[in-house]
Design a protein around this ligand. Structure first.
Ligand code: TIU
Length: 227
């Protein structure tokens, strides 16, 4: 018997199949959530994203306790910046850009403190970490292969920012055949309007890209398993 639980979501319930579902935590990096990183270099108030941390901790704790697969992503580039398109480097025309030195090391560069995941949500040993050079987690990465090799067909998606890396990844996942449940309280944007619109775009038109739900309902569904 498949172990499927209906989770309340929009536009309709999400049939959660834990054996074939991965949690995908997108770019919960110091560079986006702490002062002195890429997010602030772009002119943003990074404190707006921090409300996502507490519910994400509760979700990740329950997810791990149930023995389910959690995957983390990090946006960033090689230290020699050979994978950084010039168009991305100069975009924004700010005084500080990708590869420049900042208080958390070189901005959005792999191996630097700012590029790493925040300590509150640090990957556990054995959890895949996907280093991605773009906004989408499928572009120029082995994420699709990792998911296919583990028989994953569904993704519970969290992380930052809602309208940029979360939306891009969900659209990529949708085109590759995955069902995505995006969690409202575990995703965040520097722009509250874009957060709301980004989620509305996912669930509109009968769930054109996926579903939108709340982390507490996923935690409850995990707790009901086998009970
Ligand atoms: N700027 C912004 O909102 N986001 C990014 O640049 N990357 C991610 O969303 N991870």
């Amino acid at each position: 018997m498949p172990d499927i639980t209906a989770i309340a979501a929009l536009p309709y319930a999400f049939d959660f199949d834990p054996a074939h579902c991965a949690l995908l935590m997108i770019d919960m990096q110091r560079d986006f959530l702490e002062p002195g990183g890429f997010g602030e270099a772009l002119g943003n108030d990074v404190s707006l994203l921090r409300r996502t941390i507490a519910p994400s901790i509760r979700l990740l704790t329950a997810w791990r306790a149930a023995g389910l697969l959690a995957i983390h992503t990090r946006e960033g580039h090689r230290p020699d910046l050979s994978d950084l398109p010039e168009a991305k480097r100069v975009r924004g025309r700010g005084p500080v850009t990708i590869g420049d030195a900042g208080p958390m090391g070189r901005i959005l560069v792999r191996g630097e403190p700012g590029h790493d995941i925040i300590p509150e949500l640090y990957p556990a040993p054995g959890e895949p970490v996907i280093d991605k050079p773009g906004k989408g987690a499928f572009h120029a990465t082995d994420l699709h292969a990792i998911l296919q090799n583990r028989g994953i067909t569904q993704l519970v998606v969290t992380g930052v920012t809602t309208e940029v890396c979360v939306n891009t990844t969900v659209r990529e996942a949708n085109d590759r055949g995955y069902d995505c449940l995006v969690l409202e309280d575990c995703t965040g944007s520097y722009f509250p309007d874009f957060h709301a619109a980004g989620l509305a775009m996912i669930r509109a038109q009968g769930g054109i890209f996926g579903w939108v739900g709340q982390s507490a309902d996923v935690v409850t569904a995990i707790g009901r398993r086998g009970g």
